[in-house]
Ligand binder design. Structure first.
Ligand code: BYC
Length: 318
């Protein structure tokens, strides 16, 4: 028993030392059970967010205003599917099965980003999602490229490159609308009004109420806190709204020269928790649609499986 304890202590000390020197932890390395668990939680929820995030945008593919806009939007939605797949693969390296992750999403046990429970009511919402939602996503994900878990950090490098293109396409839609007719400008303003506060909620609860931040920072999974990233997002995005000639729907938003930051109003955290608990405008629809798409895709998975088995059998026979 004593030997067992001392060997665990030794492994733990080795793990702590590797974290301290900023080395990557790889799938076959020893890691504390709680580190594994929090990574599975975060990576799988991140994957679910990418996949569920295809729905509000997919809603506008058939109604994009031009062939160019349609082609770009289709490419973006396909990118989100790809991000989901890299992330599910990263979570699988920790010993979690894809089937279990999907089951947890569909049963409501696993979360996905609150932002995707809001509806896309107009074409301008596609611009606002690219500009604000992808903008917030990049702000959060750049730090994850330096995450201590190797497969997650490497996956994030490519994801961030693609997110930059997504953010730019959204800003370009907003710019076109903001410089267009009065009606188009009003559409862009309306989209900003509806997506601003939910975008700030994407960064998670305030640090004082964030159950996971302290430990995740110590493990170097997260490199910045929810509030730090939210502040950076406001600082970066406010001048962009000025450039567009649009007004951020926050009467308390003002530049604080001394702090070198924008001050901003209080997020409605009751609304955030309601959405996280499943009571947002679209939560039920999103899961219903996911279940349907998953069931409709059964034949594809079965065909892929049969093909893989036949190939393996042929390789064995050769
Ligand atoms: N929505 O202790 P905290 C995208 C949960 S996809 C729902 O601060 P943590 C994109 C949190 O999970 C964007 N739930 O947590 C795709 C925790 O509950 P559990 C997704 C939220 O993990 C398509 C509880 O609240 N990005 O970019 O330290 C198109 C307490 O929170 C939310 C990622 O997933 C939320 N907004 O920090 C366009 C990035 N916030 O799990 C764009 C990876 C918090 O204990 N994830 N909760 O039951 C992260 O960086 C971190 O998980 C978070 C939260 C910053 C999100």
């Amino acid at each position: 028993m004593k030997t067992h304890n001392s060997s665990i202590e030794h492994l733990q000390a080795e793990f702590d030392a590797r974290i301290a020197e900023d080395a990557k932890i790889e799938p076959k390395d020893w890691m504390p059970a709680a580190y594994r668990k929090t990574l599975i939680r975060q990576i799988s929820q991140h994957a679910h967010s990418e996949v569920i995030g295809m729905q509000p945008e997919g809603n506008w593919i058939t109604r994009a205003p031009s062939l160019r806009r349609k082609a770009v939007l289709m490419a973006k939605v396909q990118d989100e599917a790809g991000h989901g797949l890299y992330l599910y693969s990263a979570a699988e390296t920790l010993g979690m099965s894809r089937d279990q992750m999907i089951a947890d999403l569909q049963s409501g046990k696993a979360k996905y980003s609150s932002i995707f429970n809001y509806p896309t009511l107009s074409w301008a919402d596609i611009g606002a999602i690219g500009w604000l939602v992808d903008g917030a996503a990049i702000m959060n994900q750049v730090m994850l490229c330096r995450c201590s878990y190797g497969p997650y950090s490497r996956g994030m490098v490519r994801i961030c490159k693609e997110e930059s293109f997504h953010q730019r396409q959204g800003f370009e839609i907003m710019l076109t609308l903001a410089q267009g007719s009065e009606e188009q400008k009003a559409m862009a303003q309306d989209a900003l009004n509806r997506w601003w506060w939910p975008s700030l909620m994407m960064f998670g609860p305030p640090d004082s109420e964030s159950a996971n931040t302290e430990q995740s920072m110590a493990w170097r999974i997260k490199r910045q806190t929810n509030d730090e990233l939210r502040q950076r997002f406001v600082d970066q995005t406010t001048p962009q709204a000025d450039y567009l000639g649009l007004t951020i729907p926050d009467p308390d938003l003002k530049w604080d020269a001394e702090a070198g930051h924008y001050q901003f109003g209080e997020v409605d955290w009751d609304e955030f928790w309601q959405v996280v608990k499943g009571n947002g405008i679209c939560n039920r629809d999103r899961i219903r649609q996911h279940v349907k798409a998953h069931e409709d895709g059964t034949w594809v998975r079965e065909a892929a499986q049969a093909h893989a088995e036949r190939k393996a059998a042929a390789a064995e026979a050769a």
